[in-house]
Write a protein that binds this ligand. Structure first.
Ligand code: UN1
Length: 510
């Protein structure tokens, strides 16, 4: 009943959002690929698909644009990103709402995603005056040694459904100030937010004026064939790909085969350690957001909770209560904290993981389907799973709200468990004992790209470098000096004297 009531309105609302974000009707109706909202499962638009030939032509235009854009001074390039940030501020409510409809995020998370885009724009504007190279003392008289950072080329961005626009913006804001062009292949599940974001950038480009060349940024819609055209094209020196480890393994190898650069942000299987000195009230709130936020569909989602035996039973009991009571529902009707899974495949994957957990001796609380909007959408009660050991599904990333709980006795064991999976994105520790906390942050502690204290593993700010080790892929995006991956480093040795001494004392007198 609910489904019939909301069906026409979601489609209409999508169309009206897209129009107000600046899209023409023809770009989201009548195309060959249907787009569904996970909120109801209904078709909300249909977009055209790019062919591999069109993709190659777009890459060619991007390369031409790069040749012009690299000559625009970096602080001036920053001005374009400043305008993008301004346009995003204006569009925040509409784009956030569109993220909610297309990706199923609850309202505050949809808005939060756009805020993350605004934040990285602000960061990149400042960065546009800080693309610093070092100067080094030369060992030779009357010589100078320095490095410069130059624009690199076109950056290919492959993004996932779960952060359909923020992850693009981490790449785009940096790439643009670094003097590069962009070609973006969004997830097939979230083309609309990509088209809307491109329209927002187009407005910024319009306001910026003719210094921003035609073809500076484009979107390719399509499946693997289009992705492959991007990945295999030598005119795209950097591919930044977010998604599964399976995808990243293929992309990484193909990009390496042509000596391109891959920035890979792949699967996470993030753990938190709860030590005896932890503040359990704070821990409970952090774990709830970390494990159930975004319906467990962040690469940073908390998936394993490693709890000291002295606090294990008390924490699990309280957590089980929170899991039973958490509101699961439509993000556009009411204020539920947990929205839908993206699709049936995600639901099936979750159920399979829970079966495997039971078979491995796990006790499962929750995890069942919740009927919110009928058969076409997939809502679940998040699952809390007490596991006897770190085996089976616990060492895999299941992109759904499943939290495995394990017990530990010594911190050393806890760290070994935390590090004992193939993925290495994010991690955290709860406690007030400075020795335990510092041990966790030390070289012998967490092996992840992100290690937090008294908070969960998800919800990173843009100021730090984002990414992880091992099967997470090793790439870094967003803040700190992640920009260096989007530029080429040139080392310059300059002789301003009248003689020509050779380095290392080599003699070669002719
Ligand atoms: C992702 O899930 O791909 O740290 C990115 C976080 C967000 C980004 C997640 N800022 O959870």
């Amino acid at each position: 009943m609910l489904q019939t009531a909301s069906a026409p309105s979601l489609r209409e609302e999508t169309a009206s959002l897209l129009r107000s974000l600046g899209l023409h009707e023809t770009s989201f109706t009548g195309g060959g690929r249907e787009v569904r909202s996970p909120i109801t499962g209904e078709v909300i638009a249909s977009v055209p698909e790019t062919t591999a030939d069109e993709a190659r032509a777009t890459i060619g235009r991007a390369h031409e644009a790069f040749l012009k854009w690299r000559a625009v001074p970096a602080p001036r390039r920053g001005e374009l990103v400043r305008l993008l940030g301004e346009e995003l501020r204006t569009a925040k409510a509409d784009l956030g709402r569109l993220v909610t409809i297309e990706a199923g995020k609850v309202i505050s998370e949809g808005l939060g995603e756009v805020q993350e885009m605004i934040d990285i724009c602000d960061f990149a504007v400042g960065l546009s005056r800080q693309l610093y190279g070092l100067t080094m003392p030369s060992e030779r008289a009357d010589h100078r040694l320095q490095e410069q950072w130059h624009p690199l080329g076109t950056v290919g961005v492959i993004s996932a459904f779960n952060f359909p626009v923020a992850v693009w913006s981490w790449n785009a804001a940096l790439a643009l100030v670094c003097g590069n062009a962009l070609v973006w292949k969004p997830s097939e599940k979230t083309p609309l937010t990509a088209l809307a974001t491109q329209a927002i950038l187009d407005r910024a480009i319009q306001r910026f004026g003719p210094d921003a060349p035609e073809g500076l940024s484009s979107v390719l819609l399509g499946d693997a064939a289009v992705g492959e055209a991007l990945v295999d094209d030598a005119r795209v020196p950097v591919i930044s790909a977010t998604g599964s480890t399976r995808m990243g393994r293929i992309v990484g190898q193909r990009v390496a085969a042509r000596f391109g650069r891959a920035i890979l942000e792949l699967g996470g299987n993030n753990a938190s350690i709860v030590t005896p000195s932890a503040d359990l009230d704070l821990t409970l709130r952090a774990v709830a957001f970390g494990a159930m936020g975004t319906a467990g569909q962040r690469c940073t989602t908390l998936r394993r909770l490693i709890v000291h035996e002295s606090v294990h039973d008390a924490l699990v009991e309280r957590l089980a209560r929170v899991y039973r009571g958490i509101s699961v529902g439509s993000p556009v009707a009411g204020d539920a904290l947990v929205g839908p899974l993206i699709d049936r495949t995600a639901f099936d994957g979750m159920q399979k993981a829970l079966e495997a957990a039971r078979a491995a001796g796990g006790t499962v609380h929750g995890g069942e389907r919740v009927d919110v909007n009928g058969e076409g959408s997939f809502y679940v009660r998040p699952a809390l799973v007490e596991m006897p050991a770190q085996t089976g599904p616990v060492v895999e990333e299941t992109f759904a709200p499943v939290l495995y709980v394990l017990k530990y006795r010594t911190l050393e064991d806890a760290i070994a468990l935390q590090n004992g999976v193939p993925q290495g994105l994010s991690s955290s520790i709860f406690g007030t004992d400075i020795r335990e906390i510092e041990a966790f942050l030390s070289a012998a502690g967490s092996d992840c790209g992100i290690a937090n204290v008294n908070m969960g593993p998800s919800g990173a700010e843009i100021g730090g470098a984002f990414g992880g080790e091992k099967e997470t892929g090793g790439g870094r995006e967003s803040g700190s000096d992640a920009w260096k991956a989007y530029m080429r480093r040139q080392t310059n040795a300059i002789n301003y004297g009248r003689s020509m001494p050779l380095a290392q004392g080599v003699k070669f007198d002719v």
